[in-house]
Design a protein around this ligand. Sequence first.
Ligand code: ADP
Ligand code: CP
Length: 321
Amino acid sequence: MLENKKIIVALGGNAILSDDPTAQAQIEAIRNTCEKLVQLVGHNNQLIISHGNGPQVGNLLLQQQLADSEKNPALPLDTCVAMTEGSIGYWMQNEMSSILKKQEINKSVVSLITRVEVDQNDPAFTHPTKPIGPFLTEIEVAEASQDGAKYIEDSGRGYRKVVPSPKPVGIVEVDTVKQLVENDVITISCGGGGIPVIKSDNGYTGIEAVIDKDFASKKLAEQVEADLFIILTAVDNVYINFNKPNQKKLEEVSIDELKQYIEEGQFEPGSMLPKIQAAVEFVESSNNGTAIITSLDNLGNLHEGAGTVVKKNDSLKVSNS
Ligand SMILES: Nc1ncnc2c1ncn2[C@@H]1O[C@H](COP(=O)(O)OP(=O)(O)O)[C@@H](O)[C@H]1O
Ligand SMILES: NC(=O)OP(=O)(O)O
């Protein structure tokens, strides 16, 4: 059982949506996720939840393009990120608070529109890499790319629009997140990677990009000094030689071992690589923190060592000896 831990859980796409993009289906997926996440509540744990928004923000951009551009002009990407952070956070807040009530757990839950500072000179602004929105066929891409956007083939699943994805420099609302968790409030923060902003004379200004939620969650985990950073995705474990006959499941793994696998090109840049990099960077920068990459269904088995558990090199040696 996990206890006395400050935990950040980053939720992947499968935890917040299915093939059906309706609001109702997304709410159902979130309800199912919250029913599992509630296992982490209590036992003196402090819980922070973050989530992705790649499919949702891409769909919202498409809706913007369909509107009359004069009477109802499209909103910029940073605002679309804020809108999806708001809508997903609202659904999650609603579902989580009903579950807490049903289980007679007296805790509040809040979703915080979180701004995340980025560097306007980040090379990502001239090299878009973050896939968003629906998967398209080659013919659909030929029509869609007339808008000047860039599309890439995404891990054999079809083509997707890509947008700039700068690295997070800092979480603007970090002090508020700390106050909330210290007051035992379950806090949803950095949804959709947070809203990308740059420092300006009067504070911050939005900039068009989508921050990777694994990197934003890692930055938040570092800044709140989390004990445990859990990245939930569709697989129970990370594999090397993934989907090949000689694939091997990674269970307890050191950061040095993972760095070696990164160098060998074992992880896909558009899917598993950012999770591995976020996990390695968090564990490396923290005093005693652990990162776990696993599935939602495995949450109840974490105390038995389920998932891919990333630790510092020396703490592995101690536990293995
Ligand atoms: N080496 C690997 N080990 C395990 N899964 C991998 C690996 N490489 C790619 N994947 C795939 O990457 C997926 C996670 O990436 P993605 O779906 O983009 O993340 P998210 O869950 O945050 O939406 C996994 O569900 C799996 O299908
Ligand atoms: N913002 C973000 O990283 O979203 P996805 O996890 O859905 O790609």
